[in-house]
Design a protein around this ligand. Structure first.
Ligand SMILES: [Ca+2]
Ligand SMILES: [Ca+2]
Ligand SMILES: [Ca+2]
Length: 197
């Protein structure tokens, strides 16, 4: 396959994050790409190398997080899932898509920006991927694209009540602040001071 394209440099527009401009360095370039390179799946797990590299999975290991479930089947392929009270809290805060079964849609992913270890350990009903908060740690693909529009922050503990926590999630429509109290093995979630940016 041959493609014609240009080399561009990305120009950051000061004060407008996300509004990057492009200027052509050299145009009319011919790129030759072998189809077999595009579909190459080195570890034969079902996801091609390009996809795995884009999102930070291991293209040379069927089971990137070593939890015994191959990447293609793993709903949380980047991190080993755990069951504890904090993963339970994060699971309550995940977007809920009702009864639709998304778990067998291998190319349907929700991508969250988060560095929180507890969030990374969730057991989700659909495929999830995580993008690091710090842009230096992101893959090249995640640096230049805007595939994730939501995230959930780290849990903060109330200084006086060891069972009371605060957590926020954010998305396109703004940020929602929750207070979460752990009582008799369950979380009681309250939206506190939710506001729209
Ligand atoms: Ca693969
Ligand atoms: Ca893999
Ligand atoms: Ca796995």
């Amino acid at each position: 396959m041959e493609l014609e394209g240009s080399f561009v440099s990305i120009v950051k527009v000061p004060g407008l994050p996300g509004y990057d401009d492009y200027s052509a360095v050299e145009d009319g370039k011919l790129f030759k790409i072998k189809l077999e390179d595009l579909v190459k799946d080195s570890d034969n797990d079902g996801y091609n190398d390009i996809f795995e590299n884009c999102f930070g999975l291991n293209p040379n290991n069927k089971d990137s997080d070593n939890d015994g479930i191959d990447d293609f089947k793993d709903l949380n392929p980047m991190f080993k899932s755990e069951k504890n009270k904090f993963t339970q809290l994060y699971e309550m805060l995940l977007p809920d898509y009702g009864s639709e079964n998304l778990s067998n849609k291998n190319y349907y992913f929700e991508i969250f920006i988060s560095d929180c270890d507890y969030f990374h350990q969730i057991n989700s009903k659909y495929h999830v991927l995580f993008s690091p908060e710090d842009s230096k740690s992101k893959t090249d693909y995640l640096k230049v694209t805007d595939v994730s529009s939501h995230g959930i922050g780290k849990i903060k503990r109330n200084k006086n009540n060891p069972n009371l926590f605060y957590i926020e999630n954010w998305g396109n429509s703004g940020m929602t602040h929750y207070s979460a109290e752990y009582k008799n093995g369950n979380w009681i979630l309250e939206i506190g001071g939710g506001y729209i940016i």
